[in-house]
Design a protein around this ligand. Structure first.
Ligand SMILES: [Zn+2]
Ligand SMILES: [Zn+2]
Length: 254
């Protein structure tokens, strides 16, 4: 039997559901689990502490997928990679596109990690890199595919949303793109949309709640909201047919 014949639920537990400036909530990173495989989607500054609080050791993470280079999405990578190298003597598996990998090393990690004395000069000295191709669904593990979809977050900079198992769209950080969301729902048969949500207008680099509220109710019904600010509780009951995701609560998406 192929995995497509088996509807294994995708389990998603957000390490955090906060915006980049939130203090009540941790960075918007997700732990995706299927068939025992644990994928960390983004690894922000708060990720190492949250994993510690969740009692998860770094070697128990089977892979890390990176959507873009903001610190709330990559700021925890140095600590994890260094501890994996010097304490656990392992390389974390990193799922990433090639252009983003080059920028991740040159602009984010190289300053703290390059070490000529130990002949450590590149990203693959620290990570087991599995390159993903933009727009191509790749099997990360039996039962889990991921397709990276280029989205606009900071104009001119690389950023991706992810389509898991052809049914769950994970926006990561993006500007409002109703055409893409409708395309995912109508043409791609997407059953779940997990979307970043800035609570106040105007939109700058994120989609705002008022923009999402312009979507048809039918579409809102499959949308879960994350990446919100500390005032989130004031917006309970004001999100139309959309629901807030809570951090450190497991959700099962069949
Ligand atoms: Zn973010
Ligand atoms: Zn961002």
């Amino acid at each position: 039997m192929k995995w497509k014949d088996v509807e294994t639920p995708v389990r998603i537990e957000m390490l955090g559901t906060g915006s980049a400036f939130a203090k009540q909530y941790d960075n918007n990173n997700a732990l995706v689990t299927i068939n025992g495989f644990r994928l960390l989607v983004d690894c922000g500054v708060t990720a190492p502490r949250v994993l510690y609080q969740m009692n998860i050791e770094y070697p128990e993470i089977d892979g890390i997928l990176i959507t873009h280079l903001h610190a709330d999405h990559v700021g925890g990578l140095e600590e994890i990679a260094l501890k994996m190298k010097y304490v656990h003597h392992q390389k974390p598996v990193l799922f990433i596109t090639k252009p983003l990998a080059e920028q991740l090393w040159q602009y984010t990690l190289r300053g703290g990690m390059e070490n000529p004395a130990e002949q450590l000069f590149s990203l693959d000295d620290f990570f087991e890199i599995r390159y993903l191709e933009e727009g191509v669904a790749a099997e990360l593990y039996p039962g889990l595919t991921a397709e990276l979809i280029r989205t606009e977050h900071i104009v001119g900079k690389l950023s991706y949303s992810i389509l898991f198992n052809s049914k769950l769209f994970y926006s990561s950080d993006t500007l409002f793109n109703p055409e893409l969301l409708l395309h995912m729902y109508e043409a791609r048969g997407c059953k779940y949309i997990l979307h970043d949500c800035q609570l106040y207008d105007p939109p700058a680099v994120h989609c705002t709640l008022s923009q999402l509220l312009t979507l048809p109710e039918e579409l809102q019904q499959i949308i879960w909201l994350y990446h919100y600010g500390d005032v989130k509780d004031q917006f309970i009951g004001k999100t139309g047919a959309m629901r807030f995701m809570e951090q450190r609560v497991p959700y099962h998406f069949p």
